[in-house]
Design a protein around this ligand. Structure first.
Ligand code: SF4
Length: 313
C-alpha cells in the first residue's frame, strides 16, 4: 500500500470514533486582549470584527440553540451522529472563568457530543481554564482539544502582524497544556508576506519538536476595513502566487512529523468582505492542486523528518 500524502483529520476522527465526526462551530460574545486594550486595541492586522468567527451562527443565540441548529443541519445533510463542539470566535480562555465553565457545561450536556475544541491565544492559557477543562473532561468523558493561534514562528513577522505575543508564549502554552494531556492544534498561515521558505520549514520543525498533535493551515485572506486590508490597498506588500503557496504547503508537510494530524490545508475566508482570498479560486481546488502535486513529486508528510532520531534530512 502506498504511503498517505498526509495524516488527514477525517481519517483520524474515523479511526478514533469509528465513524465520521463533525465539528459544530459555536460563537460566544467575547473579546480578545489584543483588541480590548489589555495588550493592544488594534488586534492582529488581519482580524475583522467577527474575531475569526464568520462561519458561526450569531452569538445572540445561546450555546444550546447554536449546537441544536447546527446538529440538525449536519444530521440531515451528512447523516452525522457524533459531534465536536468548536468554540471558534475570539479568545475563549479570556472569558470570565464562571462563564467559560457554564458555556462548556451547556455544550457537554447535549447528546452525541464527543469532544470540545477551544480556540484561543497562546498567552491566554493558564491553569484556571485548564483545570475547568480537566474537570469537564473527567466528569463527562469528553475529549479536549485546544487550538492555539500562532500563525508563524518568526517573531519579527508576529510583531509585524501585531499578534501581541511571540514564539515564547506559544512554547509556554504547549508545555502547560501537555501537562493536562489535552490535544493541541496549532494554526499556521504559510503565505504571510514577511515570511519566506526558511520560515515555512522552521514552522514545521518547531511544531514537530514541540510535539503538537494537530495543525491547521490557512492561506492569508485580506478583509476589508482591517489594517492589513489598508496596507494591501496601499500596495505595501504582495501576495505570493498560488503555485508558490502550493510549494510552501508541500515543503511544510515534508518537514513535519508524520504523526501530526492535518486538520486543514487551506482556509476559507468570509464571503463578500474580502479584498483577497485564495487567489479567487475555491479552497477545494487548491487542496486538490496540492494533493496532485504531491503525487507527481512522489512526496509525503514527514519525508524529510527522521522520527526516531528527531532529525531533519
Ligand atoms: S487573537 Fe484572534 S480575535 Fe484576537 S485580534 Fe488576533 S485574530 Fe482577532
Amino acid at each position: 500500500m502506498s504511503k498517505p500524502l498526509y495524516r488527514s483529520y477525517s481519517d483520524y476522527l474515523k479511526q478514533k470514533y469509528g465513524e465520521k465526526v463533525y465539528k459544530i462551530p459555536v460563537n460566544l460574545a467575547g473579546s480578545c486582549p489584543n483588541r480590548d486594550g489589555k495588550i493592544s486595541s488594534g488586534g492582529c492586522i488581519f482580524c475583522d470584527e467577527e474575531g475569526a468567527g464568520f462561519q458561526c451562527l450569531p452569538n445572540s443565540l445561546s450555546v444550546e440553540e447554536q449546537i441544536k441548529a447546527n446538529k440538525e443541519f449536519f444530521s440531515q445533510r451528512f447523516n452525522a451522529n457524533k459531534f465536536i463542539v468548536y468554540f471558534q470566535s475570539f479568545t475563549n480562555t479570556y472569558l470570565p472563568t464562571d462563564r467559560f465553565e457554564q458555556h462548556l457545561l451547556e455544550a457537554v450536556s447535549l447528546d452525541d457530543i464527543v469532544g470540545i475544541s477551544i480556540s484561543t491565544r497562546p498567552d491566554c492559557i493558564d491553569n484556571r481554564y485548564l483545570d475547568i477543562l480537566q474537570k469537564i473532561c473527567d466528569a463527562h468523558k469528553i475529549d479536549i482539544n485546544v487550538e492555539l493561534g500562532l500563525q508563524t514562528v518568526n517573531y519579527h513577522t508576529l510583531q509585524k502582524i501585531n499578534r501581541g505575543h511571540t514564539l515564547a508564549e506559544f512554547i509556554d502554552a504547549v508545555y502547560r497544556i501537555k501537562k493536562y494531556h489535552f490535544e493541541i492544534c496549532a494554526h499556521i498561515i504559510l503565505n504571510l508576506p514577511w515570511d519566506n521558505l526558511t520560515d515555512v520549514i522552521e514552522n514545521a520543525k518547531i511544531l514537530s519538536a514541540l510535539g503538537v498533535d494537530h495543525v491547521k493551515l490557512h492561506s492569508l485572506y485580506i478583509v476589508k476595513n482591517t489594517v492589513l486590508g489598508q496596507m494591501y490597498q496601499n500596495k505595501e506588500f504582495e501576495i505570493i502566487p498560488l503555485d508558490e503557496y502550493v510549494n510552501r504547503v508541500i515543503t511544510f508537510l515534508e518537514y513535519l512529523d508524520p504523526n501530526i494530524v492535518i486538520q486543514r490545508l487551506v482556509g476559507k475566508g468570509p464571503i463578500n468582505e474580502n479584498l483577497f482570498c485564495n487567489w479567487n479560486t475555491s479552497w477545494w481546488f487548491i487542496k486538490q492542486k496540492i494533493e496532485r502535486k504531491m503525487k507527481d513529486l512522489n512526496t509525503y508528510q514527514g519525508k524529510k523528518f527522521d522520527y526516531l532520531n528527531k532529525k531533519w534530512f
